[in-house]
Design a protein around this ligand. Structure first.
Ligand code: ADP
Length: 588
């Protein structure tokens, strides 16, 4: 406890006060005792002088001085006092401690002088005769001869010392005991007063260091009790508030981390307050080392974003920008200040991945360009032939049928293109998908072969069809599957010279149904193999167009295979032929 300043401030002044008070009482008491003891001794000397007066009276005459001296010696021994008899003229007549004949005249002694005038006198001083501190008492007495005498009784001060020392000792011990007792009481009192305060201080200290579970647990009465209760309820409120704040923060962080949008909040000096994993992923910084506390430019490397944040901070106006590619991604970033009204406290950056949107936008532009290009060629041909016919060729029996046939061919081409585009768009929109049923691929393949057989026959091509026995069923749309196989057969017929042969087959392989269309046609160069499934991709554009191709047939096949959770592939050799394969999961 003594190490506590509050306790020391309470205990030490009281202790000092008690020491001073008890010490003062001791000193005053000792003085009083000393005085009263001396007074008592003087009064005893007086009584003894009176007694001695009676005993010596008969001998108080000059002619009995020898007897008087003897008696004085005897009585002095008995009462342990120095007894001196002095004549009226100051001559010492008798003394029990010195030879009266050698003693000087005593008339000038203060106690004798006083007694001469008042009848009795007293003094304390060193004796010239015995050279010792003495207390004297003198009575003036009448002798039997009618003369006057001074009867002096005195005591050695050193004889009084043991008594006085005992007194002082008693007083000293009492003072010491009083101080000790009071100090102990004072200690207990100070401790009782200081302990709750010290406990409350250490409680407040624990609160300051974040220990919100501790309580004072004090049920004292009075102000300390009120203070303790107030501190306890303050700790309760603080605990609730902090728990709530933590929960809110955890909730916000959980929401932020589950967002696919990246979020970064900064203060007005662009120091990051918080950010989520999506922001780290999108902007390419490590989510493990939290960027909180770092400056925005230390984490975000995109110059357009940093420039925009500066502008938003100075103007207070929200900005939206598309940046990229950052780490191969395009981002849509919205930068605004918070709170939206009043004094800005910082910035919020919300970013989402627009790579897909940008890619679709590019694809859309490319697609529109391709479609326009595909449409323009037959349309300008039709327009050209129509103008030629209008300018007179219509009456030329030789040219008119040829031109009309060409116009018809280009219209067919346009029709093919529009049909293929419609098919593609239907395949890409899920609501346009037909119902998926259990289908027998053998039956579907057979139907497609029969449908294309006349076209093959026109080119003197032979189509063989091999369907493995007990082929498993597959889940899908027979109508779409037939279209896919028909596209492959159509290509095989188109790109195989007259007299060539085409084989269509269906078999089971590792839980899959495999459909293959093989031809002995012109084949596809290795460099083009990976691209033939792209929209509008053609190895030989004019040749394909000549054949009425649109460049969309194989991408339709690929789409159909994908919506059936299958795949399509090709192997080919220029001049030898090609094999297209559709692979679908089998039903078991
Ligand atoms: P197209 O309408 O031009 O046939 P596709 O998408 O069906 O368009 O085919 C894309 C290109 O792949 C064709 O232009 C052609 O060059 C090539 N191709 C497709 N099938 C064959 C095949 N069986 N033999 C050789 N080349 C083929």
């Amino acid at each position: 406890m003594l190490s506590r300043p509050f306790f020391r401030r309470l205990f030490l002044p009281y202790l000092l006060l008690i020491c001073l008070a008890v010490g003062a009482v001791g000193v005053v008491g000792a003085q009083r005792l000393h005085r009263s003891y001396m007074e008592q001794t003087r009064s005893a000397l007086n009584d003894e002088a009176r007694l001695l007066e009676q005993l010596l009276k008969a001998n108080l005459t000059p002619d009995r001085s020898v007897e008087l001296n003897q008696l004085v010696v005897q009585l002095g021994q008995t009462i342990s006092r120095r007894i001196t008899v002095v004549g009226e003229d100051g001559t010492v007549i008798a003394d029990n401690e010195a030879d009266p004949t050698t003693m000087e005249n005593h008339l000038s002694r203060p106690e004798i002088l006083t007694a001469a005038s008042l009848g009795q006198g007293a003094d304390i001083r060193d004796s010239n005769t015995v050279h010792d501190g003495m207390m004297y008492f003198v009575r003036r007495v009448d002798g039997t001869d009618g003369g006057q005498y001074f009867l002096r009784v005195s005591v050695h001060l050193r004889d009084l010392q043991p008594h006085l020392r005992a007194f002082y000792m008693g007083i000293g011990i009492s003072v010491a005991l009083a101080i000790l007792g009071s100090a102990a009481l004072c200690y207990l009192f100070a401790r009782r007063t200081a302990r709750p305060v010290v406990e409350l201080i250490s409680f407040a200290d624990a609160l300051r260091h974040g220990d919100l579970t501790r309580r004072t647990m004090r049920r004292d009465k009075g102000e300390i009790g009120q203070l303790a209760a107030a501190l306890d309820s303050m700790a309760d409120s603080l605990n609730r508030l902090i728990t709530r704040t933590r929960q809110d923060r955890a909730q916000i962080l959980a929401i932020l981390s589950s967002m696919s949008e990246g979020v970064i909040a900064t203060d007005t000096s662009q120091r990051i307050l918080l950010s989520n994993e999506a922001a780290a992923r999108l902007l390419g910084f490590s989510p493990v080392t939290s960027p909180a506390g770092r400056l925005l430019w230390e984490t975000v490397r995109s110059q357009p974003i940093l420039q925009a944040t500066g502008e938003v901070l100075s103007s207070g106006k929200r900005r939206r920008l598309r940046v990229g590619p950052i780490e191969g991604r395009h981002l849509d970033v919205i930068i605004s200040t918070f709170p939206p009204e009043g004094q800005h406290e910082g910035l919020v950056l919300v970013m989402h991945d627009s790579t897909e949107a940008v890619r679709y936008e590019d694809l859309r532009k490319e697609f529109v360009a391709n479609v326009s290009h595909e449409l323009r060629t037959p349309l300008s041909a039709i327009k050209g032939y129509a103008e030629t016919l209008r300018d007179g060729a219509i009456n030329d029996p030789d040219r008119a049928p040829r031109y009309l046939a060409t116009i018809e061919k280009h219209v067919d081409q346009l029709t093919n293109l529009v049909d293929d585009l419609l098919n593609l768009s239907r395949l890409e929109s899920l609501p346009g998908m037909p119902e998926m049923v259990q289908m027998d691929i053998g039956v579907v393949l057979q139907k497609a072969v029969e449908m294309l057989r006349p076209a093959a026959a026109r080119k003197q091509q032979n189509i063989a069809c091999h369907i493995a026995p007990s082929l498993p069923l597959a889940r899908g749309s027979p109508e779409y599957m037939e279209r896919a196989i028909a596209n492959l057969l159509d290509n095989a017929i188109k790109y195989t010279p007259e007299g060539g042969s085409i084989t269509a087959s269906a078999r089971e392989e590792h839980d899959h149904v495999i459909v293959e269309v093989t031809d002995t046609g012109i084949g596809i160069p290795a460099a083009d193999l990976s691209r033939v499934f792209e929209r509008f991709y053609r190895v030989d554009r004019s040749r394909s167009r000549e054949m009425g191709g649109t460049g969309l047939g194989l991408s339709i096949v690929k789409h159909i295979a994908h919506v059936h959770h299958g795949s399509v592939s090709v192997t080919s050799q220029v001049g030898t032929g090609s094999t297209f394969q559709i692979k679908l999961p089998a039903m078991r």
